[in-house]
Design a protein around this ligand. Structure first.
Ligand code: CMP
Length: 140
């Protein structure tokens, strides 16, 4: 077991429907602790930079439009095996494939408006956390 940090984003469909607290209740009911948090309205340039790994994908333009369509809440989660653990409680990217009881199964509207993002590896978690947070803002 490894103690890890991961990046979480509560997406514009979650802030629009005022369900960030419900989502965070599920996060906090797991073994994860929210150790940094802020609400932002991303610019197109920021969304493009954050999702640069998907730049060649057909959905990149729509993804960046959606992620800038309203506020997001970015947060750092900490816990044992936080990267995989958060992905487990988020559920599959496409909510139709998300296991019962997961965040996306309960709350996501579509593959795009899927309520939450989580880092897919420890290496990417380090990069994604430093994209949004300075060390001073992370209080474990
Ligand atoms: P996320 O974990 O934030 O990483 C990239 C996002 O692209 C993904 O969640 C989805 O919300 C979004 N997306 C939109 N369309 C697709 C698609 N066809 N396949 C995969 N991801 C998609």
């Amino acid at each position: 077991m490894a103690f890890q940090k991961t990046l979480s984003i509560l997406k514009p469909d979650a802030t629009r429907r005022n369900i960030t607290g419900k989502i965070n209740a599920k996060i906090e009911a797991s073994n994860l602790r929210i150790i940094a948090q802020k609400r932002l309205h991303l610019s197109i340039a920021q969304a493009q930079a954050f999702y640069a790994v998907h730049a060649e994908r057909a959905f990149f333009g729509e993804l960046c439009q959606f992620m800038t369509s309203g506020p997001v809440v970015v947060q750092v989660l900490e816990g044992e095996e936080a990267v995989a653990g958060y992905r487990d409680i988020m559920g599959a990217t496409n909510p139709t494939n998300a296991a019962e009881g997961t965040i996306r199964s309960e709350f996501a509207e579509s593959i795009e408006a899927n309520s939450v993002h989580g880092s897919d590896s420890v290496e990417n978690a380090v990069k994604e956390i430093s994209f949004f947070f300075s060390e001073l803002e992370i209080v474990g």
